[in-house]
Design a protein around this ligand. Structure first.
Ligand code: GNR
Ligand code: NI
Length: 183
């Protein structure tokens, strides 16, 4: 297993539409293992492959609270096949938009169809945090970020702030957030 670097805005690869996985083979299983390790290390409750720069339709989620046993779920080619009319608002964050949190309204319950780690067809009806996380991750597979659900003003403000940070660290060798690129 290996930790992989997580890419952040304004990296435009986060806007790619990820490609469906043809077969859940050993390479995809290794990818899922690396994603779980990277997610737990961050730490986060979900991760889409594009966040480690792999444009494939693979997602991992674990919404277990601190102190609870791990409950990792791997999703290949997930699709939402039903969403509730009822909505809920949850304060979201994203590992690709560090330290920015904002309320997002989404359907409170969804049903998803996907292939599991063994390549078997599966269905899952989710509510609560799992429903929110699943919708957030499937958005990533389509190049959509949670800030796209906010007002244009807020979205552009956040994007510009991260552009500024990226520019600054590109001109300042030794900036901690971007050291890895310069080695
Ligand atoms: O760790 C994460 N927490 C979170 C909180 C509320 C709604 C969605 C999320 S997902 C996020 C990890 C991430 O960026 N996944 O793409
Ligand atoms: Ni995210």
């Amino acid at each position: 297993m290996a930790l992989r670097p997580i890419i952040c805005i304004p990296d435009n690869r986060l806007r790619l539409v990820s490609a469906p996985v043809e077969r859940v083979d050993d390479e995809i299983k290794r990818l899922m293992d690396d994603m779980l390790e990277t997610m737990y290390d961050a730490p986060g409750i979900g991760l889409a492959a594009i966040q480690i720069a792999i444009p494939k339709r693979v997602v991992v989620i674990d919404t277990a609270k601190e102190g609870e046993d791990a409950r990792p779920i791997c999703f290949v080619n997930p699709e939402i096949v039903w969403s509730s009319e009822e909505k809920r608002v949850y304060q979201e964050g994203c590992l690709s938009i560090p330290e920015y949190y904002e309320d997002v309204e989404r359907p409170s319950r969804v049903k998803a169809r996907y292939l599991d780690r063994e390549g078997r067809e599966n269905e899952l009806e989710a509510d609560g945090l799992l429903a929110t996380a699943l919708q957030h991750e499937i958005d990533h597979l389509n190049g959509v970020l949670f800030i796209d659900h906010l007002s244009r003003l807020k979205r552009e403000r956040v994007w510009k702030k991260f552009e500024k940070i990226a520019r600054r660290s590109a001109n300042e060798p030794g900036h901690p957030a971007h050291d890895s690129r310069e080695l």
